[in-house]
Write a protein that binds this ligand. Structure first.
Ligand SMILES: Nc1ncnc2c1ncn2[C@@H]1O[C@H](COP(=O)(O)OP(=O)(O)OP(=O)(O)O)[C@@H](O)[C@H]1O
Length: 343
């Protein structure tokens, strides 16, 4: 993925098609889509029933003939047709007509660093199917670093940790490129799974991932020294009856922390592969956390204690990547210029 800033400036649309959420930024319009990457289809007729937030709400509540589909998995578009139908529906009529009128529409898409050629092809095919004449691919970590306001084009190290739904990507950047990177298969989904497992093992309660949001909120509150117990509704594992239990958020925090240690291992691995001068820069500058899962309670202090470095969560961690792409297509990022040596 070696797209230049010049080529990106010719793009009119920036797309971040994530496993959890889809974001679309359009030049001169702003961020027009920020919705879950979910569709609901009638499997008998093939008709689209709902997309985005409405489709996500339907998950686990549908009759047999309605299928809830997530077309993106671990940064790869696994169902191109469904991804196109989702995007077509989300961008709306007005914009669809504008795309059709513009015969040279170019799109910028961010993808995980080191994506397989098949992943890249799926992204290109999805966007060309929607009318893009050319698709520029950008590393998510570079886009997120730009979106966080990090000085990626400088000859100094910056570390970005993009915590997504399926994966966490760690990278050290310098002079606009990735020096060392690692992808860890731990993200928001794994954390939700850890909470669901905890409730099953310690409270004999089966709950859907959507129903554990109150626990995240209680843990994120950090109001007092010990958050009050939280009421969680679910189904009894043995009897199958509806039941409500009081859950200690502190015990959930410990279950989450155990799952997050993989992120710390990824950071250590990237630091090990970095030249010493860059690590010295990082000790001063610290680590920037981006991605929706950067808000997982306990992640930031865990990384701070584990690395002994300053750690900062981006102002809007969830939209960093698409905002970075937006800055690139709007021409707010200056191309890297190295002054020629004079004799
Ligand atoms: N306030 C929050 N507290 C805890 N987790 C959160 C919060 N907000 C979002 N998340 C988690 O962030 C994840 C979504 O993050 P994001 O939108 O960056 O993912 P994505 O870009 O779609 O995923 P990927 O990068 O894996 O393709 C979800 O798993 C969600 O549970």
């Amino acid at each position: 993925m070696t797209t230049s800033v010049g080529q990106l400036r010719r793009c009119s649309v920036a797309v971040d098609l994530g496993a959890a959420r889809t974001r679309v930024y359009v030049k001169n319009h702003g961020l027009i889509v920020d919705e879950p990457t979910v569709t609901a289809v009638n499997s008998r007729t093939g008709a689209l029933i709902a997309v985005g937030g409405r489709a996500e709400y339907m998950a686990g509540r549908t009759p047999d003939h309605i299928r809830v589909v997530r077309p993106v998995c671990h940064g790869t578009i696994v169902d191109i047709e469904m991804a196109q139908r989702l995007l077509r529906q989300l961008v709306g009529d007005k914009l669809r007509r504008a795309w059709r009128r513009k015969p040279t529409m170019r799109a910028a898409v961010c993808l995980p660093a080191g994506s397989e050629p098949l992943t890249q092809r799926a992204a290109v095919e999805t966007l060309t199917g929607l009318g893009a004449r050319r698709v520029e691919l950008v590393d998510t970590m570079v886009a997120a670093a730009v979106g966080c306001g990090l000085p990626v084009e400088q000859p100094e190290a910056t570390m970005i940790v993009v915590c997504g739904a399926g994966t966490t990507q760690v990278a050290v950047l310098s002079l606009g490129s990735i020096v060392a990177a690692e992808t860890v298969p731990v993200g928001g989904e794994a954390v939700d799974h850890a909470v669901v497992q905890h409730l099953r093992l310690h409270h004999e309660l089966m709950v859907a991932s959507q129903n554990i949001r109150p626990l995240h909120l209680a843990l994120a509150g950090d109001g007092g020294p010990e958050p009050a117990p939280v009421e969680v509704h679910g189904r009894d594992v043995v009897s199958g009856e509806a039941r409500c239990v009081q859950v200690e958020p502190e015990r959930v925090r410990r279950a989450i922390a155990a799952r997050l240690t993989g992120v710390l291992d990824g950071i250590s691995e990237v630091l090990r592969r970095c030249p010493p001068d860059l690590v010295a820069d990082l000790a001063e500058r610290g680590i920037m956390l981006a991605g929706g899962s950067a808000l997982i309670p306990g992640l930031e202090p865990m990384i701070r204690q584990g690395t002994m470095m300053p750690v900062q969560v981006a102002e809007r961690p969830d939209t960093c990547a698409v905002q970075g792409l937006a800055a690139m297509i709007e021409g707010h990022v200056s191309p890297l210029e190295l002054a020629p040596l004079t004799p």
